[in-house]
Design a protein around this ligand. Structure first.
Ligand code: PLP
Ligand code: MN
Length: 398
């Protein structure tokens, strides 16, 4: 099978390594590697302390290099949402990948089966979610065809996805999931690996109490369903789910065995608006858009980063302040412009040419707008470019 190949980094990017942050042209997506590593260490420590597996979501960073860094820190593997993302991860050397989503088109399932066989030959593992008998049958057919073609008896791990309140994918908790577990077990090339119970809507509920209430119901649904399946003599090895807003609750549930949180690594403006659960580690912003003031003709200033640089589905970026109080507020100026106004009376507007740092509202779709992230150590003021990180699953939408 053909996996995606890497294009060489541009000369300009290669020359940037070792230079000071001032040398980074604007606008650019910049990763504070020190902050990111602290976030990573905090999650690793949390998982260890609570004796739970973690499989961070790589749809967030879309980088095989960062996926491998997470696995070196103790993650069992990564989640992805798309077949093409899984291919990019495997091409970059990641050996344990879970497509935490449904795949239904036969030509895509043929790629899933090929990937599963490729990983099996390398002692790796691929897993996938299902929420229909038709999906199970199509997956089994693709796996059987690949088995016949290669002679490799690969087995793919299959999680039955429950709709635990998001109203997105997943079967209803209870008997529908039992029936689907039976379907999976009919096929020797599929292994029923457990349940996926991810509640996306609960992640951004602002108060810890609201999130506690939402996840209590998730835990109950997952536990009831697990017991029903076990009553049929079928082992439920793992319940997987959770995001950055709720993972402390799933970890404490005694029902979940694996955490899928992804955004904690970079943190974004939207997650910063959540009131933190005291049990949750304190994560720092690690992802920034470097921008500069390009016009100051009006009673406001304009920077060179518009929404081609950062996603605005979760609100406008926050202007990072090195002091305590935000000085500036960002307003949408279109594709290539950001309008900055005083956030409080008396605040000073930055001069023409001044560098500013934006914290994106939502990290996942922001990263997908860029080919690379510029990794900096030593801080945003006086740090240096240490490495260039490719967004190698950028645009991997199929
Ligand atoms: N698991 C699944 C299935 C998801 O869809 C997501 C994000 O949307 C996550 C985990 C990770 O969530 P977050 O990046 O908010 O931590
Ligand atoms: Mn997200």
């Amino acid at each position: 099978m053909n996996l995606p190949t890497k294009t060489p980094l541009s000369e300009a990017l290669r020359l940037l390594i070792g230079q000071g942050v001032d040398a980074i042209d604007t606008p650019a997506l910049v990763l504070d590697l020190d902050a990111m590593k602290r976030n990573l260490a905090r999650m690793a420590e949390f998982a260890k302390k609570h004796d739970i597996r973690w499989r961070p979501h790589a749809k967030m960073h879309k980088s095989s290099a960062l996926a491998k860094l997470q696995m070196q820190a103790g993650a069992v593997g990564v989640c992805v949402q798309k077949t093409a993302e899984a291919e990019a991860m495997v091409a970059g050397g990641v050996t344990n990948v879970y497509i935490s989503n449904e795949v239904i088109a036969p030509h895509k399932l043929a790629r899933v089966a090929a990937l599963s066989h490729m990983l099996a030959a390398e002692r790796g593992q691929l897993a996938i979610a299902v929420d229909s008998a038709e999906g199970v049958a199509r997956l089994a057919q693709a796996m059987n065809e690949r088995r016949a073609a290669t002679g490799i008896p690969a087995v793919i791990d299959v999680f039955v996805e429950l709709d635990v309140g998001q109203g997105r994918c997943g079967v209803a908790p209870g008997q529908a999931a039992v029936a689907l577990a039976h379907e999976v077990r009919k096929h020797p090339a599929l292994r029923f690996a457990g349940l996926q119970a991810y509640q996306g809507k609960a992640q951004h509920l602002r108060s810890p109490q609201e999130r506690r209430d939402a996840i209590a119901s998730v835990v109950q649904d997952a536990e009831t369903t697990r017991k029903l399946i076990e009553r049929e003599g079928i082992a439920v090895d793992l319940v997987t789910g959770a995001g950055t807003g709720s993972f402390v609750l799933e970890a404490a549930s005694g029902v979940f065995g694996e955490l899928q949180a992804g955004s904690f690594l970079f943190m974004d403006g939207d997650y910063a608006k959540n009131e933190r659960d005291p049990a949750q580690p304190q994560f720092e912003h690690a992802l920034f858009v470097k921008t500069q003031v390009m016009s100051a003709a009006g009673g406001h200033v304009v920077c060179d980063a518009g929404h081609k640089c950062h996603a605005i589905d979760s609100g406008m970026p926050t202007v990072y302040s090195f002091g305590s109080e935000p000085e500036l507020e960002y307003f949408n100026g279109g594709d290539e412009h950001g309008i900055l106004r005083r956030a409080r009376p008396g605040a000073e507007l930055p001069a023409l040419g001044r560098t500013l740092w934006l914290i994106p509202g939502h990290c996942d779709p922001t990263v997908n707008l860029h080919d690379t992230m510029i990794g900096v150590t030593g801080g945003l003021k006086a740090g240096k470019v240490e490495r260039i990180i490719r967004v190698d699953a950028r645009g991997a939408l199929t």
